[in-house]
Design a protein around this ligand. Structure first.
Ligand SMILES: Cc1cc2nc3c(=O)[nH]c(=O)nc-3n(C[C@H](O)[C@H](O)[C@H](O)COP(=O)(O)OP(=O)(O)OC[C@H]3O[C@@H](n4cnc5c(N)ncnc54)[C@H](O)[C@@H]3O)c2cc1C
Ligand code: FES
Ligand code: FES
Length: 482
């Protein structure tokens, strides 16, 4: 057993709007939103409680793709208090030009520029969504990226988006100011320390080394892993699920790395998706495309690749992309490491190849196409009820390698939402090999593809609709990449 395990604390410490907070005996699974409102910081609102509306958006200082501190918008309704330890949080009350003061009665010239813009354009009617929009815009302001995407995770029921977009445009047009918040970033620290916290008879561990994860798991075989908590957070906020022991992966060094050789790209399981978006942009266009449609910025700032595979959801959006790219997963436990093809990872509905006390360490993606390839075609598609911040009805990702004669050397068709697990259309892939990439070939496999899966009918779409999408998305791919 590792002797370096963190000393057990009964005090949870972090900062809100520059004020130090010390909590004793608070449940580490209480959400940050619950705590904010419980402590009288009622500027932060609860809308849906499940990450969909953005009313609860706050800003947390976290590491960006460059490893430096950045303001990051996050959904406070999904973040367990344990995960906030050692962090700095900002809410709408704390961003007036006297950081730390209360915004009640503040004159407009004391408001933060994003708050002032919202007032001036009439971007707030009932005001319920306003603090969330403000905090998303606040984070974007310091990133120099104030656009529609900055508020893709925020919903407004009454004002209409026009005045809110005007506020965003006004902020985007204004010269960025070098203010106290900029200086705060320059001095902030983003490295998370190892934590062992006990509150309300619930234990929250945040190891910094993989070995400590295994040690903790041996101590507590009943423990649950948590990474960004964008999936597990729902269990806490909506289903009031009780977790006696949580082991957080978000500070584990071995799981936070991105590395590459000319042949392989390796992405750590605990790297947040927004970091993957930035660091790896342009390497795999089909991954870029799917990340663009994955949830919204608040969720991507927290969600991880390991969590997306760990949920084993049949409608997870990244598995179809990774299946199409022939990715493998590196798994580890106290007895050692193993690497398996992702295609062998999903065993059944919400079941994976993970053995007890085994963790996903990373995902490895081969970078080189099949030998002899003169052209690689690759793209991903997602069909959902709404453009952003929604899970898919069907997701698909395709890779076709063509030789000099425009014949198919290699084919991968990955799908989500059509079976109990993310899945490849293997029979159709085999039929495609050696065929010309043509409309005739497409028509020859059409029936096979339509019958490849037996999807379910649910609230999101009928089985028949899903079957049609399986074919239509492949046809769309052909039209886009003739
Ligand atoms: C509003 C909203 C929108 C969403 N939109 C999408 C979407 O568009 N597409 C999509 O695919 N998903 C979506 N999701 C689901 C979720 O965001 C993703 O599945 C995300 O990738 C989960 O990552 P996480 O780090 O938050 O996982 P967590 O919630 O921390 O963990 C999820 C599960 O994985 C396990 N786990 C985590 N890391 C590991 C690891 N390294 N090894 C082993 N097990 C592990 C945990 O024990 C847990 O069972 C959405 C969720 C919300 C709330
Ligand atoms: S309350 Fe709706 S996203 Fe948190
Ligand atoms: S919900 Fe009323 S102003 Fe947006």
């Amino acid at each position: 057993m590792n002797q370096q395990l963190a000393t057990q604390l009964t005090l949870l410490t972090f900062k809100i709007n520059d004020e130090p907070v010390h909590l004793r005996d608070f449940a580490p699974t209480m959400t940050l939103l619950e705590y904010l409102r419980h402590s009288g910081r009622s500027g932060t609102k609860e809308g849906c409680g499940d990450g969909d509306c953005g009313a609860c958006t706050v800003v947390m200082i976290g590491a960006g793709a460059d490893g430096k501190p950045h303001y990051q918008a996050v959904n406070s309704c999904l973040i367990p208090l344990g995960a906030v330890a050692g962090r700095e949080i900002f809410t709408a009350e704390g961003i007036v030009d006297r950081p730390g003061s209360n915004s009640t009665g503040v004159a407009i010239d004391q408001l933060h520029p994003v708050q002032a813009a919202m007032v001036e354009t009439g971007g707030s009617q009932c005001g319920y969504c306003t603090p969330g929009f403000i905090m998303s815009l606040f984070a974007a302001y310091y990133e120099g990226q104030v656009d529609d995407l900055a508020v893709e995770g925020n919903l407004c029921r009454c004002t209409g988006y026009l005045p809110i977009r005007r506020a965003a445009q006004q902020v985007a047009a204004a010269a960025a100011i070098d203010d106290g918040f900029t200086h705060k970033l320059n001095t902030a620290t983003v490295s998370l320390e190892s934590l062992s916290y006990l509150g309300n008879n619930q234990q929250f561990y945040r190891p910094t080394q993989l070995q400590e994860v295994f040690d903790r798991w041996q101590q507590h075989p009943e423990a649950t892993l948590v990474a960004g908590a964008t999936d597990l957070g729902l269990e806490m906020s909506w289903h009031r699920q009780h977790y006696p022991v949580l082991i957080s992966l978000e500070a584990v060094t071995e799981l936070k790395q991105i590395s590459q050789t000319p042949e392989v790209l390796e992405i750590g399981a605990a790297v947040p998706l927004s970091q993957i978006e930035t660091s790896l942009h342009g390497i795999f266009p089909s991954l870029d495309e799917m990340l663009h449609w994955f949830a919204a910025r608040q969720v991507r700032n927290r969600a991880t690749l390991g969590g997306n595979l760990g949920t084993a959801s049949p409608i997870g959006d990244l598995p179809p992309v990774l299946l199409s790219l022939d990715a493998s997963v590196k798994l580890a436990s106290s007895v050692g490491e193993r690497i398996i093809p992702l295609a062998n990872f999903f065993k059944g509905y919400r079941q994976t190849e993970l053995q007890p006390q085994e963790v996903i360490v990373s995902v490895q993606i081969p970078k080189l196409p099949t030998p002899g390839t003169v052209r690689r075609l690759a793209q991903s598609y997602k069909i959902g009820k709404r453009g952003t911040d929604d899970i898919s009805i069907v997701a698909a990702a395709f890779v076709i390698d063509l030789d000099a004669n425009h014949r198919i050397l290699h084919a991968r068709l990955g799908y989500g939402g059509v079976a109990a697990t993310p899945i490849r259309a293997i029979e159709v892939e085999e039929m495609l090999i050696g065929q010309p990439w043509s409309l005739e070939t497409l028509q020859a496999v059409r029936l096979q593809l339509q019958e490849a899966f037996t999807p379910l009918t649910d609230l999101r779409g009928s089985a028949d609709y899903r079957k049609r999408l399986v074919v239509n998305l492949f046809e769309k791919f052909f039209v886009e990449f003739p």
